[in-house]
Write a protein that binds this ligand. Structure first.
Ligand code: UD1
Length: 428
């Protein structure tokens, strides 16, 4: 029994026999990183929120626990529809163990602060991909007039009255942008967030909040304006979430590394522009249609350099996956990670599979080799897990990926989807 034995997927492993080119079509699920925030946004609603295209993944289950812990009623409609209803009496303290398990739980702060003027949160720490402070979130709340006390590992925020403010983020943090945007909704006056994150998921939240009666514009650009309103409307919301661009990208890279021919649908291709450009640079053929992307790989691909940046730059959440691809490309690639301080832990596992990678601070130098060889490897986070699965698809022989619960945090039915594409893999 390991320490994860009580977590679904905690003792499970995936065995992959590599070398099969992936072929066919796959449909991606709804965007995890949008769904999680819409679930916290639903805490502001006066009526029911129906959220469609929700992936059945562990992070969604954790967020259900978080908002139930705060007093929301949550039920599944059909397989991918969540129904959230506020009982009208929200708590102010998210369950510690869930905050510890999933950092995105911190996204309840903005909605709670604006709605009930009070939050207590177990201070989320760093994790395996690096330090992940919430100082920018807290600075933003203070600029809106909230009082902050950090004591005994908890963050306490209180606000009798929030007032609009101009906030310039030191870094375009996704979570800080979202939390400040939410906190400003019922504040008095206008809030302007400058150097805001521009991720597509933030546009989803703007749309959702505006349907509730908020007045937000500018999401998707670096300046977001929130005109505070005194009340939100009483309408029921029925909202369908955008496709998951990171899941889509993971399948596109899997197709490329396996020398396959895969059509990934229903996607919003423009959300994948940075990856499409890089894959084309490697020599893969990428055909873009309205809501599909087809990746055809000619066999051996060429090395490319990748610089990870905030959106619309190359996403950090696809960095481990593209690194796996480049381990067997022709030539040397340099990958620079600008978002997280230590998102190269998985590299040691790829090295176990024969990869030649040298990590120097925030850069990895990958010398392409002719092929990877199957090995037993351990995933340390969700995208590391995806990277190791991708490497296993191309490796000679059997790869066993342990730490599978990380994969289950963010990938819905991944074995089924890969099996349909012709991969040879089994969960034990
Ligand atoms: C979100 C995504 C995550 C993705 C990341 C970057 C969710 C649930 N998660 O995470 O998958 O990898 O965006 O695209 O949507 N930072 C600070 N101070 C802060 C906040 C952030 O220094 O107050 C730093 C972090 O340490 C990190 C960087 O900013 O190095 C990016 O963090 P951020 O954009 O906030 O990511 P998350 O919202 O946590």
């Amino acid at each position: 029994m390991n320490k994860h034995s009580n977590i679904p997927g905690g003792n499970e492993r995936l065995e992959i026999i590599g070398g099969k080119p992936l072929k066919g079509s796959v449909t991606v699920s709804g965007a995890k990183n949008a769904v999680l925030k819409l679930m916290t946004a639903a805490l502001l609603a006066n009526n029911r929120s129906i959220i469609r295209n929700v992936p059945r993944i562990r992070d969604v289950e954790i967020m259900i626990g978080v908002i139930q812990g705060l007093g929301a009623e949550v039920s599944w409609g059909d397989e991918s529809t969540l129904i959230i209803k506020n009982t009208g009496d929200l708590g102010f303290s998210a369950p510690d163990e869930l905050v510890r398990e999933m950092r995105a739980s911190a996204q309840v702060m903005g909605p709670l602060l604006t709605k009930i003027g009070r939050v207590k949160l177990f201070q989320p720490g760093g994790d395996v991909i690096g330090q992940r402070p919430i100082n920018l979130h807290l600075k933003g709340f203070q600029a809106l007039g909230a009082e902050l006390v950090e004591e005994h590992g908890y963050v306490y925020l209180t606000a009798n009255k929030l007032r609009g403010a101009e906030i310039h983020l030191d870094f375009p943090s996704v979570g800080a942008t979202e939390n400040i945007m939410a906190a400003a909704i019922l504040a008095e006056g206008t809030t302007i967030i400058r150097n805001a994150a521009k991720e597509p998921e933030i546009i989803e939240e703007q749309n959702f909040y505006n349907r509730l009666g908020a007045k937000i514009r500018g999401a998707g650009t670096d300046t977001i304006r929130i005109e505070g309103v005194t009340v939100l409307n009483d309408r029921e919301i029925d909202y369908t979430v955008i496709p998951d661009r990171i899941e889509a990208g993971t399948f596109m890279i899997a197709a490329a590394i396996s020398g396959g021919d895969v059509t990934v649908g229903e996607v919003i291709p423009e959300h994948l522009d940075a990856l499409i450009a890089k894959l084309r640079e490697t020599g893969a053929e990428v055909q873009v249609e309205e809501d599909k992307v087809r990746v055809v790989a000619p066999g051996k691909l060429n090395a490319v350099d990748v610089t990870v940046l905030p959106y619309p730059g190359f996403p950090t959440d696809l960095q481990p996956q593209i690194t796996a691809l480049l381990t067997i490309a022709n030539g040397t690639s340099i990958i620079v990670e600008n978002i997280y301080s230590s998102r190269f832990r998985y590299v040691d596992e790829l090295i176990r599979m024969g990869a030649s990678i040298m990590v120097e601070s925030r850069s990895a130098i990958v010398r392409g080799i002719s092929s990877l060889s199957g090995a037993t490897v351990l995933a340390s986070d969700i995208r590391a897990a995806a990277s190791l699965v991708i490497a296993g698809l191309a490796a000679q022989g059997r790869t066993t990926v342990e730490g599978l619960f990380h994969l289950d945090r963010g990938y819905e039915k991944i074995e089924q989807k890969l099996t349909m594409l012709g991969a040879d893999l089994r969960r034990f």
